[in-house]
Design a binder for this molecule. Structure first.
Ligand SMILES: *Cc1c(COP(=O)(O)O)cnc(C)c1O
Length: 309
């Protein structure tokens, strides 16, 4: 059972003090023990829709460390829906922890070549899969569709439960930016800053505008996406990021991973240090979860760290 509301934790250190900003972290990683982070919200209405329409199976896409695949497998186990994961790349000799968790929840894995995986959002390809799996409800990669965005609007309820609207900024990591679109739609009066975790993902702004348009939200200019903090690209780690995460985790004793929340905080601390957030602002950073994926990255993080010593 998820908690009623995700905890909100105050974060105080030399950067927040020097920049005179009140920072707090919405711990979506602690909200639902099984469906970590934002993926709970992205799946919620998709699962409801699938059940209501009488589907018995759900199919979706993800990489080999995908938080979405991990959450979907858990959700399938809890709701009694069969799940099929179309997984990018070749099957490794031994399944990693993410995928073995998924299999243990009953998910069927099908590995697809990288070139086939690239077609995951192309309608003709989806149609051919639908013909192959006529009984399945399709969810795009990352749970990013309009029902996913609708679910993410509820993240704001968790902030307001604690702060009753008394804050200025919400900051979060962006993969597809569906989560950002939901949050922006739910809080037109706040400022939203997304940190892209991908390199050159200049299409993200269009995706957000597209989601907002589909939800009939107009005049929503409260959000921006910063593109300078990807550290080399998706799931790439550089020495600065590894150092930042090590310092943050040691000082605050809050677990973060380097693919999403770690990168977002790395970016946020740079803009705080440069004084780009007005003095006196109240900033809520969203910890979007994803800690299951850390299991595949701890060695890499440690190597990056030690290369600076
Ligand atoms: C999927 C994911 C995101 C990205 O969410 P989008 O809606 O695709 O932007 C952020 N953080 C974590 C931990 C994730 O698993």
């Amino acid at each position: 059972m998820p908690l009623s509301y995700a905890p909100l934790q105050s974060v105080i250190d030399s950067t927040t003090v020097n920049s005179s900003v009140e920072l707090s972290l919405l711990r979506l990683d602690l909200f639902s023990p099984l469906l970590s982070g934002n993926k709970y919200f992205k799946l919620k209405y998709n699962l409801q829709r699938a059940k209501k329409m009488g589907f018995k199976q759900i199919i979706s896409f993800g990489g080999q460390y995908s938080n979405h695949i991990h959450a979907l497998a858990q959700a399938g186990k809890e709701t009694g829906l069969a799940t099929i994961g179309l997984i990018r790349g070749e099957q490794q000799h031994v399944l990693n922890e993410t995928l073995s968790d998924a299999v243990n929840c009953g998910m069927t894995l099908r590995f697809v070549s990288r070139s086939e995986y690239r077609q995951r959002n192309i309608p003709i390809y989806i149609e051919s899969l639908k013909a192959e799996y006529p009984d399945a409800y399709f969810i795009p990669e990352g749970g990013s569709n309009i029902l996913g965005v609708k679910g993410c609007m509820e993240i704001v309820d968790h902030i307001n439960f604690h702060l009753k609207g008394d804050y200025d900024f919400i900051v979060l990591a962006c993969g597809t930016a569906a989560t950002l679109a939901g949050i922006a739609a739910a809080t037109p009066e706040k400022k939203i800053i997304g940190f892209s975790v991908l390199k050159n993902a200049t299409y993200l702004e269009n995706s957000v505008s597209g989601y907002l348009k589909k939800m009939a939200v107009t005049g929503c200019n409260n959000w921006q996406i910063l593109h300078g903090y990807h550290c080399g690209g998706y799931a790439k780690i550089n020495v600065e990021l590894a150092n930042f995460i090590h310092r943050f985790v040691t000082y605050h004793e809050i677990p973060i991973e380097p693919v999403y929340t770690g990168k977002m905080l790395y970016g946020l601390y740079q803009i705080l240090a440069r004084g780009e957030i007005p003095v006196g602002s109240k900033v809520v950073a969203v910890h979007t979860g994803g800690l299951q994926g850390l299991r595949g990255m701890e060695n890499l993080l440690a190597r990056k760290l030690s290369s600076t010593m």
